[in-house]
Structure formats: C-alpha cells, structure tokens
Design a protein around this ligand. Structure first.
Ligand code: DP6
Length: 327
C-alpha cells in the first residue's frame, strides 16, 4: 500500500457552457466540450482510509453514514481505482463540505475531484493533473473541471484518454463572482446522471450540441478579454438552450420554479439598466447570478429582497484540488 490514508480538498464549479448528454454514459464522455469557473471559498474535504479489514467501502458524509445511493456511487468509483491499480482493499471515505447540500451548488463535482486525488495517492496511481481529471470524470462528469482552479475547459474528446479538463485562465485573471440565489434546497427529483441519459430524446439536443463549439469559443474569448457583455449574452443563451433540451426531453424535465423565472427577469432588467449581471442555471431551481466583485454586495442585497429567495451564497473564482496530507 502506498499510503494508508490521504486527504484532499476541492471546490465546486459553475458551468458557463454546459455539459448535458453523453456520447458514452459508462465513461462519462460528454456530447460537447464545456467551460466553467471553479468556485473559491466553498470546499469539500475527502479523507480516504484504506482498511484491509473492511469487506466493503463505507462512506461517511458530514459525520453520518451516507444513504445507499451515495454509497453505491462512491463504491463504483473506487471499483475503477481497484481495477486500474490491481489493488483490492476497501476504504472508509469521510467527506465534509462547508456549503449546504442541495443549495444548487454541485457538491458531487467537488467531492469526486477531492476523492480522485485522495484515491490516486492511496491506490498508488498517477497524480498528474490531466490523469486526475480523467479519474474524477468517472465519478461525476463535471468533477473533471474541479481538478483545476480559475477558468477551465473540459475537452469532450471521444474516449477515456481524450476526455479531460485544462485550465484556460487562473482565478486572479478576472474578478468574476457567482451569487447563488437559493430558491429551494429540496433534493432534485431527477438526477443529472438520469438527465444526461434523456438528453438525446429531445429534438433540440442535436442543435445544442452542434452549436456548442461556437459558444464555447465566444465564452473563452469573453473571459480572456474580460468582456462582461459578451460573456453575459453567451452564458444566458447556453443555459437557456440546456433547459430547452431538458423541457423537451421524454419525459420532460422542468427544473425551474416560478421564483426561478422571477430572478431571471430581474437579472435581465438590471442588465438593461447598465449593471454587470447575468444568470445561469444548472439542474435545479436555484439561479447562479454572475457579476464582478465590486457589485457583489449590491447584487446580493437585491437578490435577497426577491420573494422566494431564501439565501444568497457568494463565491469568487477559486483554486483547483489540493492534496492535504497522507499517512
Ligand atoms: C447541469 O453529471 O457532472 O451541472 O450529478 O453533480 O454528477 P452530478 O452532475 P454531472 O452533470 C452536471 C450537469 C450540469 C452542467 C455542467 O455542470 O456542465
């Protein structure tokens, strides 16, 4: 055994150009490349303890034994590590997050990025960032982007080897901030994993996927040139397209609530009044409102006044996954 225990920390990310639908569901090879910002200040720590006495993996989340679905997902991920390393021991996995689950911030991306790093140490696999990104992808597609900090592109690729994330600009490059307007914290009825499987049942998915490279290029340019107007247009368009696919899948997926639309309308109106704001929404009702750090307090104040907004969580661009300790 390389290490008996390893601890790693990673951050969630918000997709500016979305991943929705796979070429290959088993390996999480996406239908299109995507682009995200890693979120600082919000983090998940994962401690992995290899234990030759265990006869199965045991996941403990925030001090409690995790529900069977989460246990199974993590165990399936560790099966891949066992297969790749040829080592057959089971592990205790302790995960802690400093942000609420179900807050509209994808906790699985941070968790699987941290788990990929910790398990690479424990199973003696490569800790090269590109390789870690591939490993993290096996747990949760979007987790491959959380290996890196700042602004990150996931090159979709065709197979396991060619599908991984690369950083395009460090966190200090731009003072973009994500203000998450939390509308509901109840668990989503249909998981992203199930949603990806339904994407091709929408007649709009082909069109979304075919035009995604162009949006990704526009988004990349907007980030590199720190052009908020251009970013706002392409980020909202891309989010609207993903939700159009969701709503026209079979069965249809409606993740929005009435309040989601109210926040979207307000954000659009504030922008016509000259404010640097735009929205993007993942597989849930909560709205990620992007702005620049000088406006974040003001945007937070305005969001919290909207009926139905329970809380606003503010996160700037943050760092990639880091290794904390081993033993
Ligand atoms: C809508 O399969 O990565 O957030 O359920 O958290 O594992 P998890 O999600 P994942 O799908 C993410 C879908 C998305 C868009 C995105 O992050 O690109």
């Amino acid at each position: 055994m390389e290490h008996i225990t390893a601890t790693a920390v990673a951050h969630p990310n918000i997709a500016l150009i979305k991943y929705w639908g796979n070429l290959d569901d088993e390996w999480n090879i996406p239908a299109n490349s995507s682009l995200s910002m890693t979120l600082g200040e919000l983090s998940t720590q994962v401690r992995l303890i290899a234990d030759e006495q265990l006869d199965r993996d045991l996941l403990v989340m925030d001090g409690y034994t995790a529900p069977p679905g989460a246990q199974e997902r993590v165990s399936q991920f560790l099966d891949q590590m066992r297969r790749l390393s040829g080592k057959n021991f089971f592990c205790r996995i302790e995960s802690r997050s400093n942000f609420p689950r179900g807050s509209g911030i994808a906790s699985s991306a941070a968790a699987f990025a941290a788990l990929a790093l910790a398990s690479a140490k424990v199973f003696g696999l490569s800790t090269d960032p590109q390789e870690l990104s591939r490993l993290a992808r096996l747990g949760s597609g979007s987790a491959c982007r959380s290996i890196f900090g700042g602004f990150v592109e996931w090159i979709g690729g065709q197979d396991h080897q060619s599908s991984y994330a690369v950083p395009i600009a460090p966190p200090q490059h731009w003072n973009l901030v994500d203000c998450v307007a939390v509308i509901s914290t109840t668990h989503k009825a249909v998981s992203s994993r199930e949603g990806h499987r339904l994407a091709n049942t929408s007649p709009l998915q082909i069109c979304r996927v075919q035009s995604a490279p162009q949006r990704l290029e526009t988004c990349r340019r907007a980030i590199l040139e720190r052009d908020f107007e251009q970013l706002a247009r392409v980020v909202e368009l891309d989010s609207n397209l993903m939700h159009s696919v969701m709503m026209t899948s079979c069965p249809p997926l409606f993740y929005w609530k009435a309040e989601t639309l109210v926040v979207m309308e307000n954000v659009r109106q504030w922008r016509t009044q000259g404010e640097a704001v735009c929205y993007t929404i993942d597989a849930g009702p909560n709205v990620h409102v992007l702005t620049l750090s000088d406006h974040a307090e003001q945007v937070k104040e305005k969001l919290i006044q909207i009926d139905g907004v329970q809380e606003v969580i503010v996160a700037p661009a943050g760092d990639g996954a880091i290794f904390v300790e081993s033993g």
